[in-house]
Write a protein that binds this ligand. Structure first.
Ligand SMILES: [Mg+2]
Length: 218
């Protein structure tokens, strides 16, 4: 299990780790494809699958997370559309208690996200999650997604941290893998990023089902 005595910096992913991924899944897989079909005069039943395939082909790249890119590509005001379903944005269970305990324990806490600034600002507006941590870092500012091992040294230049004494909590195995290659020692995989989907253990990384299991000692 996690040795808190060996951790003084905690890096936290946002979507699927602190916030329920259900919002993003609903937006990209249901709501946006419907609006896309309406906008372009297509049948939603037949246009959805090729559209999702096109979106998935950018997975892991910065384009995948870039609202400007998709607004251009799909000729849709993506940031505006997100606001229409923003009531689905919310915390995962136990997150506020976990962040409060981290703060009380005196460890440095950073949100490290691949989310686009517009996407981040909508989520911050709805949840105030930025107020529960010490800083928020957007990978777009470095021009590299977290999946790229070079991302972590860029992060270190603005936020010095000792990889041997850092914990990363994430719902993406490729990101955990890139962090491990960089040398981040403590890694936790989130079992149920989307409240509407079943939980899943990682074969590679220690899996957390409930933040109550990994509360830092006070
Ligand atoms: Mg995530």
């Amino acid at each position: 299990m996690l040795d808190w005595q060996a951790v003084d910096t905690v890096l936290l992913d946002m979507d699927g780790t602190l916030l329920d991924l259900h919002f993003d899944a609903h937006f990209w897989l249901e709501f946006m494809p419907l609006r896309y079909a309406q906008r372009h005069g297509l049948d939603p039943a037949t246009s959805r699958d090729p559209l999702i395939e096109r979106i998935m082909s950018e997975r892991g790249s910065l384009n995948w997370y870039c609202l400007d890119y998709w607004s251009r590509e799909l000729d849709l005001p993506i940031a505006e559309l997100k606001r229409e379903v923003a009531d689905r944005i919310g915390y995962r269970p136990g997150v506020e208690d976990f962040l409060a305990a981290l703060r009380r324990s005196g460890r440095r806490t950073l949100i490290v996200t691949n989310a686009h600034r517009d996407s981040l600002s909508l989520k911050v507006e709805r949840t105030g999650v930025d107020q529960l941590v010490d800083a928020v870092i957007c990978s777009h500012d470095f021009g590299l997604p977290k999946e790229d091992v070079a991302f972590w040294s860029k992060l270190q230049q603005v936020e010095p941290f000792d990889p041997g004494r850092t914990l990363l909590v994430e719902d993406s195995e490729p990101v955990l893998e890139s962090a491990r290659r960089f040398g981040i020692r403590h890694l936790l995989y989130v079992a149920q990023p989307d409240s509407q989907q079943p939980a899943r253990e990682s074969d590679t990384f220690e899996t957390v089902h409930d933040f109550a299991e990994v509360m830092p000692p006070q």
